[in-house]
Design a protein around this ligand. Structure first.
Ligand code: HH2
Length: 258
């Protein structure tokens, strides 16, 4: 999954894609590099980010989504707002990626009716304050229990498990130790019997481990994503698609079906 942020303030690439055409070109380039699906986001959820009005978010996403759908590219839309989900599904999105795991009123029903896939992510708190004091008893147990509850809510609304992915939400209300525990024990999410998606690309945990700034975390990201694949992840959300594709070529040759 390649990341296309059409935001002025995303943590690693905010403001880079200033026009819809720049975003479309970037997305098509990621597709060329081997992304199976592109995740378009119109609201930054980095620590400290402020919320965006639904109309403004949709105006950022719409032209990019429409062009990619016209080019037959599978698109996921990264949003927590039901009205944006609804508009995205009507415009041809294949997946909704929600950092709030469809907790907003009406969100589960919109995705159920729309027949699209969904990624349910765990987040403790809200982006503006989530990194101030993240606290858990046992982070792996709590995140797994939360995601299990959200999978059940989706299934009850008619979203089949084959349409659902879960994501522990690296960096969303988590310290370095919490993130490492979740990565180390990612396979505990396999008991939910849905796909596992991870978003580790360029995150601050990689900066803490390597001492490198955001634009130099590509190698660390590939390593982290391979560790996630080894523990059962099947979708990796990345900014640097070409690097991940090469790593996957090696991975698949050794671990894939023979
Ligand atoms: N991380 C970000 C945004 N969306 N979605 C999922 N499912 N998992 C993630 O880990 C995840 C996500 C944050 O990264 P990015 O999109 O690069 O930055 P920003 O939120 O600042 O736009």
């Amino acid at each position: 999954m390649g990341v296309v942020n059409v935001t002025p303030d995303s943590f690693s690439d905010g403001g880079r894609l200033r026009t819809p055409q720049a975003a479309i070109d970037h997305a098509l380039n990621l597709r060329e590099q081997g992304a199976d699906i592109l995740d378009i986001g119109g609201e930054s959820t980095r620590p400290g980010a402020s919320p965006v009005e639904p109309d403004a978010e949709w105006r950022r996403i719409a032209p990019v989504l429409e062009a990619l759908v016209a080019a037959d590219v599978p698109v996921s839309v990264d949003t927590r707002k039901p009205s944006v989900m609804q508009a995205a599904i009507a415009a041809g999105a294949a997946m909704i990626n929600d950092v709030e795991a469809l907790r907003a009123p009406g969100a589960v029903e919109i995705v159920a009716r729309g027949g699209v896939a969904v990624c349910l992510m765990h987040m403790q708190g809200q982006p503006r304050t989530m990194q101030e004091q993240p606290a858990y008893g046992d982070v792996v147990t709590e995140v797994t229990a939360f995601l299990s509850g959200r999978v059940d809510a989706c299934e009850q609304a008619g979203i089949g498990r084959d349409r659902i992915a879960v994501d522990p939400g690296f960096g969303f209300g988590k310290t370095l130790e919490h993130n490492l525990a979740l990565l180390r024990h990612l396979d505990s999410l396999l008991q939910l019997r849905v796909a596992i998606l991870v978003g580790l690309s360029r995150k601050s945990m990689l900066g803490s481990l390597t001492g490198r700034p955001i634009d130099q975390r590509e190698y660390a990201g590939v390593a982290a994503n391979l560790l996630a694949l080894a523990r059962g992840a099947s979708i990796v959300r990345v900014h640097d698609v070409a690097a991940m594709r090469d790593a996957l070529s090696v991975w698949n040759a050794v671990e894939g079906e023979h």
